[in-house]
Design a protein around this ligand. Structure first.
Ligand SMILES: *Cc1c(COP(=O)(O)O)cnc(C)c1O
Length: 396
């Protein structure tokens, strides 16, 4: 865990140094990859006493984590704040594990209508089968509105800001106040915010990240993190995670550690390029709206300015209503430098059709035109804009 004085260092400096102290590397710059299943006890008594140390960094078996996991955990705590972190194999596992840990048969959960799609699927299939009820709420609900949604059996208020695909910014402190006043845990998917939104300073209890995105940064790993702010929450989630056999590959943790070394610069460069692209798109007659929280045109830009120290390079684009989905497909197919693919946060740009692929029940799925999601990578921004310009010409 970082010392207080280290917390005052700049983000890029901290990302350069995080997770490197306390790992024996014989002088090499980077921690090694510690693969392993069996961990040898020094003696039989140590074996006997190991159970009482299960929440400490006391290695007893590969599934309990090892030095490579611990190094990454320390970096994630430095990025997000909080006290402890659990690394799991995917971002989706980082969503489902804390939900499973805090909810039992007969409980109720509040999920934003704009939550990550597979989180919605988890709630409407397995959670439902286990007798856990979910209400999907308008992500822009205010404190009183949230208070009215909370039932006597509500145990979890889940947040994701901005929302997946539609990019609504939530009033996290207000929603957390309403949740805590009624004894609910506040879980938040903070993948978009990364370090630009500090969840624990805004009332969140458990923060979820898909490290697959900017932390990995190179579109070559899947990983998730669950960060907590209290030892009690850590133990509750860790017990659930261990019971279900969750684990992350040390090789992938090592790649994530490599990713964080350059993350501060990548984020800054990619956000700046995405603002340039988004502002250019806003000027085009074929475009109805751009959904980018960093732009003044975003409906919750004031909340964004209040709570975030910056953004990232993922945003939505709604084409003019005179176009239909097949027009949007023609546009996306015409692009040369944007891959058509899920995920984001890598070095490469992506354009993903989204309208027709998302579910909304508290609000409308009709956004007034065909929608896609754009991720801006590290390519030259002039090339990216020129490519969009030639793509839009296909629509004329
Ligand atoms: C990608 C993503 C996830 C899931 O991460 P995976 O590692 O792909 O399972 C969760 N939440 C958000 C907001 C995401 O973008």
């Amino acid at each position: 865990m970082p010392e207080d004085n280290e917390k005052k260092l700049g983000f890029a400096t901290r990302m350069g140094h995080g997770g490197r102290a306390g790992v024996k590397v014989h002088g090499f710059v980077n921690p090694g990859v510690h693969r392993g299943s069996t961990v040898l006890y020094p003696d039989a008594e140590a074996r006997r006493d190991s159970g009482s140390k299960r929440f400490e960094r006391y290695m007893t078996y590969g599934t309990q984590g090892g030095p490579t996991h611990y190094a990454l955990e320390d970096v994630i705590v430095d990025i997000e704040g909080g006290t402890r972190c659990i690394i799991v194999g995917t971002g989706l596992a980082a969503v489902t594990v804390p939900l499973t840990a805090f909810l039992k048969n007969g409980d109720h959960c509040l999920l934003p209508d704009s939550c990550y799609g597979p989180a919605r699927t988890f709630a409407t299939t397995l959670m439902k089968d286990w007798g856990i009820e979910t209400t999907f709420y308008d992500p822009c609900v205010d404190e009183a509105g949230m208070a009215a949604l909370i039932q006597p059996n509500t145990k979890v208020v889940y947040l994701e800001s901005p929302g997946s695909h539609t990019f609504e910014i939530q009033d996290v402190p207000a929603l957390a106040r309403a949740a805590h006043a009624r004894g609910c845990k506040v879980l938040m998917d903070n993948t978009w915010g990364i370090h630009n939104f500090q969840p624990f300073e805004h009332g969140v209890d458990v923060s979820i990240q898909a490290l697959t995105k900017y932390v990995g940064g190179h579109s070559d790993i899947l990983l998730g993190s669950i960060t907590t702010n209290s030892e009690e929450d850590y133990r509750t989630i860790r017990a659930a995670s261990s019971s279900m056999g969750h684990y992350a590959s040390p090789d992938d943790c090592w790649l994530a550690l490599r990713g964080v070394r350059t993350m501060a610069m990548r984020l800054k460069a990619q956000e700046a390029a995405s603002i340039e692209v988004a502002q250019w798109l806003e000027q085009q007659p074929q475009v109805k709206r751009v959904l980018h929280p960093s732009l003044p045109s975003h409906p919750q830009h004031a909340l964004f300015k209040r709570d975030f120290t910056g953004g990232c390079s993922l945003f939505g684009v709604i084409l003019d209503q005179r176009y239909d989905q097949s027009d949007m497909f023609r546009f996306v197919n015409a692009l040369q430098h944007y891959g058509i693919g899920a995920s984001w946060g890598g070095f490469e740009s992506l354009a993903l059709p989204t309208s027709g692929f998302i579910t909304r029940t508290a609000g409308s799925e009709d956004l007034g035109g065909p929608m896609l999601r754009v991720h801006i990578g590290l390519e030259d921004v002039n090339d990216l804009i020129a490519d969009l310009a030639q793509g839009l010409r296909v629509l004329n």
